[in-house]
Every structure is written in C-alpha cells, then in structure tokens.
Design a binder for this molecule. Structure first.
Ligand code: NAD
Length: 499
C-alpha cells in the first residue's frame, strides 16, 4: 500500500517479483482507495517454500502451548489497539458500515482470545490399551504447512478463523485474502510481525485466485488447504488438491431458509411479530445480503404471509443506503460493479421466472450514490422451489418468499437446497421449535434469532456448503494431526514366529 511492499515471504516484505500491482476500489464511490502489489505464481511458490522451511527447520512447531497462547493474546491486544484503523480499512475496501466493521474487529479479537485459551487447556488423552504394561497416549501435533484462502465479504474475520487456530496448533502458513479486499489483511500481517510471530510462520500474498491457485493448491509442499469462498472455486480446489492427497476444508456458500410460523402472533406484537419482521429483514439485508449465512429464503405460514410480507416490504423501503463511513448509513454498496451486474441479472431472472417483485429491484435514485455500486433491498413474493432465484446463491440483497400450510411442508421446503449452511426458525411453540431445528439439515440453526455466532461453537455447512468446521474445538482440530504413541514399559518377544 502507498508504495510500501505488501507481500510478506519468509519474514521479508517485498514487492511482486514482476513489479505488478492492482488498484483496490472503494465500492461506495468507485474511486481507487489503494494500489497494492499483485503476486505472481513465482511469489506464491516462494511463499509456500518459505512456510515449508519455517515448519521443517524453524522452531515454531516445537514451541510450548504456553508460548503460543501468550502470542495469541498479544495479537488480540494489538487488534484492539488498532481497531479503528482496521475497521476503516475494512469499510473502505468492502463498503460495509463502520459499525459492522468495528464488530468484525471485535470478533476477530475474540477468536484469538478463544484459541489462546483453548490451546492452553488441551491435554493429551491416555487410553486403556488392554495391557497394564502399555502406556497408550493420543497426542496432537501441527498438521504442517497450511494455505489459507479467504473471500471478500468478511476479509479479516474469515482470515482470522484460519490464522488463529493455525498459529495455536503450531502450523506455518500462506495467507491469501481476496484480491478484491486485501487491505485489512496486509495491515494485520504487519501487526503479526509486531506481536513477534517468527519469520516464515505467516506468509502473505495477494492477487488473482485463478492465477495463484495452482501454485497454492497443486503443490506437494502443502499439507492442508482451508478455503472459504464459492462452490465452483471450492470444487476446483478439492479436485486439484486430490492429486497430492492434500487435506482440504471447504467453507462454501449458502441459500439459507428462514421459517416463520403463524404462532409468532401468540408472543404479542413486540417480541413476536415485530421481532420476527426485524430479524427476517436484518437476516437478509445486512451488508447488502453479501453474507454466506444470509436468510435469503423466507418460508412463511400461508395464514400470515400477506400481512408479514407487506410489513417487510414497508421496512425494506426505509433502509438507508450510503457510504459505510457515514454514521447515518444502515447498509453499504455491493462490493464491485461486476458483482452488482450479477445481482441485477438475478433480479431479471426472478422476473422472467414469474416471481412477483414487491420491493426494490433497481438501483437507488439518489444522485449522491450514483458513483457507488448500490442496489436497493429487493423482495420477490409468490416464489416456488423450482425457481433458480430460490435455489441459487445470489449473494445480494434479494429475498424470496415461499408459503407453507403445515410443519412438514415447512421442513421439506427448508431442506430443499443443495446447500446447508444456516437456517432460522420462528415459533412460540417450544416442542415444535425443537422438532424443526432437529429436522433441518443445516450447520447452524437459530431458533427465534438470526445471524449470531460465537467463537466457541463450530461453524460450517451440511451438503454443498462445505466439508469442514471452523471455530470451536473442531476448528482447532482441523489444523492438527493426531498421533498415537504406544509405549511398552515391559518389552518381551512377541512370540509369533517360533523358528
Ligand atoms: P470466490 O470463490 O470467488 O473466491 C474466494 C477466494 O478464492 C478468493 O481469495 C479468490 O481469489 C480465491 N480463488 C479464486 N479462484 C481460485 C482458485 N482457482 N484457486 C485458489 N483460490 C482461488 O468467492 P468470493 O466471491 O470471494 O466469496 C463469496 C463466496 O464465499 C460466497 O459463495 C459465500 O457464500 C462464500 N462464503 C462462505 C462462508 C462460510 O463460512 N461458509 C463465509 C463467507 C463467504
């Protein structure tokens, strides 16, 4: 950024080996926010090689858990010290509001604190081998060199879900943020230097995924690839990595249902109806719908559908769009002109499929927003599950509405997706709530809430939403190999062969 080198390889900051750069665009106004180095495949190979050397020959993997835990706490302290600067970078890069970016940096901090504490409390497991002379132990070791690939919607947050457990486990790594939004990750890598992460343990490159992908994923020096992004990219990576039997964890897209039962009326206006309208609205339109777990499919009981959808449409029309740096803005733009083109093509598709457009469906008219990539919150009523607009991830501010008449139909609709990342259920009937959350085939299910998560609980998808888990103890286990040590304290001949 600003002429400083942006790639960190083997502890040294450097420019791309061919001198290439990329303009980073502020989606709120289309202006160039920064110019950063664009890595070449050779830079990516160098980064993997540096991580390999740091793992095989450096002392990092053998550090004590106490040392690693202390380092993670130091990183958390620095994240809080630099919170405002990091949050501004995230807003300028992604377009999300500053309020959201601040929450992201707090969440990033929590992830480092969580893994600092978890790794310090991990103990080896002693098992009964069935022989009193044998001490049988199961221990965890770092998996090795990790490639960490993150998307653009939560740049530093998604990267932290990978870097924190990888460091806690004692791995070395190459981090590659999205080429669209690398700014916060570059600043974060500088902060890691300051915290005392040894040279070569965290290497940073940025640039086009298609260009750098083969060097990172078709590479026998890599032990583990943790990828968050789209389904098509995930498939390519899994296919490529299979050649080397490299372990891959995929965190992919979602098309997340939000089931609303008519009994919400029983809880009274405020905590029943109004809270449900509010959560459906926030669940789909936060960050202009660019959230993997956005509740983009409203599945609602027929008897309340007309009134509920009318309330939703009225509220959607009042959402204040604007530059994320303006405290008055409630939501920002889409991340790029190209992404807005994709969202617009989905709106045209929805209309051609016969869905009824009842809100949005166009860019805002406000001339102040004309330079940015804004798109109005959009609602399609009278949708059905055969429509592509209902089945495909649009990753924009588009809500589809389907109606049901009984619980079984609601569950069938909620599970009718190739994805399975997240779902919401709103009901005042406790027994029904429990039945439905268990029947839904999704990695996270919110009951009478939507969108929240905690570093202590696993995050990940069923179906084509992925095959890994981040956060929680499983999020650390992804970065660990398991070793069984069989120790015979009274060795004697096996006696199998008698000759
Ligand atoms: P994307 O798949 O286009 O890109 C993700 C990352 O992969 C980027 O860093 C990109 O440069 C890189 N990449 C692209 N092609 C590659 C290749 N051939 N080899 C290696 N790397 C490559 O996704 P995106 O548009 O940045 O992000 C949006 C997607 O991410 C959505 O589908 C969203 O649902 C998903 N997502 C999922 C989660 C989750 O937790 N499951 C969280 C956030 C986002």
């Amino acid at each position: 950024m600003d002429g400083d080198p942006d790639l960190c390889i083997g502890g040294a900051w450097r420019h791309a080996c061919d001198g290439g750069t990329r303009d980073i665009i502020n989606p709120a106004n289309g202006a160039v926010a920064a110019v950063v180095d664009e890595a070449t495949p050779q830079d990516a190979l160098d980064a993997v090689a540096a991580a390999r050397v740091a793992f095989d020959q450096g002392g990092w993997r053998a550090t004590s858990v106490a040392e690693r835990s202390a380092l993670l706490h130091r990183i958390a302290d620095l994240l809080q010290r630099d919170k405002e600067d990091l949050a501004r970078l995230e807003t300028v890069d992604t377009g999300k509001t500053l309020a959201e970016s601040r929450i992201d940096i707090d969440d990033v901090t929590s992830v480092f604190r969580y893994y600092a504490n978890l790794v310090a409390s991990e103990a080896e497991r002693v098992v009964d081998a069935g022989d009193p002379a044998v001490i049988s132990r199961v221990i965890r070791e770092p998996i090795g060199v990790c490639v960490l690939i993150a998307p653009w919607n939560y740049p530093l947050l998604q990267m932290s879900w990978k870097v924190a457990p990888a460091l806690a486990a004692g791995c070395t790594m190459v981090a590659k943020p999205s080429e669209v939004t690398p700014l916060s990750t570059i600043a974060f890598a500088k902060l890691l230097d300051e915290a005392g992460v040894p040279p070569g343990v965290v290497n940073l490159i940025q640039g086009s995924g298609a260009t750098l992908g083969p060097a990172l994923t078709d590479n026998p020096q890599v032990d583990f690839i943790s990828f968050t992004g789209g389904l098509a990219t995930g498939r390519t990576i899994a296919r490529t990595a299979a050649e080397h039997v490299t372990k891959v964890a995929l965190e992919l897209g979602g098309k997340n249902p939000h089931l609303v039962f008519a009994d919400i009326r029983d809880a009274g206006r405020e905590s029943g109806w109004d809270a449900a309208v509010d959560h459906v609205l926030t669940g789909v339109f936060l960050h202009s719908g660019q959230v993997c777990s956005a509740g983009t499919r409203l599945i609602i009981e027929e008897s309340i559908a007309d009134e509920f959808v009318a309330d939703l449409a009225a509220r959607a029309a009042t959402i204040r769009m604007g530059d994320g740096l303006d405290p008055a803005s409630e939501t920002g733009p889409l991340v790029s002109a190209q992404h807005r083109d994709k969202v617009e093509s989905y709106v045209r598709l929805g209309i051609s499929e016969g869905a009824q457009l009842i809100a949005g469906g166009c860019r805002p008219e406000d001339p102040v927003l004309a330079g940015g990539y804004f798109y109005r919150p959009t609602i399609f009523d009278r949708c059905d599950r055969s429509m592509r607009i209902v089945q495909e991830e649009t990753f924009g501010p588009i809500l589809t509405v389907e109606r049901f008449t009984d619980e079984a139909e609601a569950v069938t609709l909620g599970n009718d997706t190739e994805y399975g990342l997240a779902a919401g259920v709103r009901t005042t009937d406790t027994a029904r709530g429990e039945r439905v959350v268990r029947a839904l085939r999704h990695g996270t299910v919110w009951l009478n809430d939507f969108g929240y998560y905690t570093a202590a609980a696993e995050w990940g998808g069923f179906g084509r939403s992925g095959n890994g888990r981040e956060l929680g103890p499983t999020g650390l286990a992804e970065y660990q190999e398991i070793k069984h040590i069989w120790h015979n304290t009274a060795p004697a001949a096996a006696g199998w062969f008698t000759g």
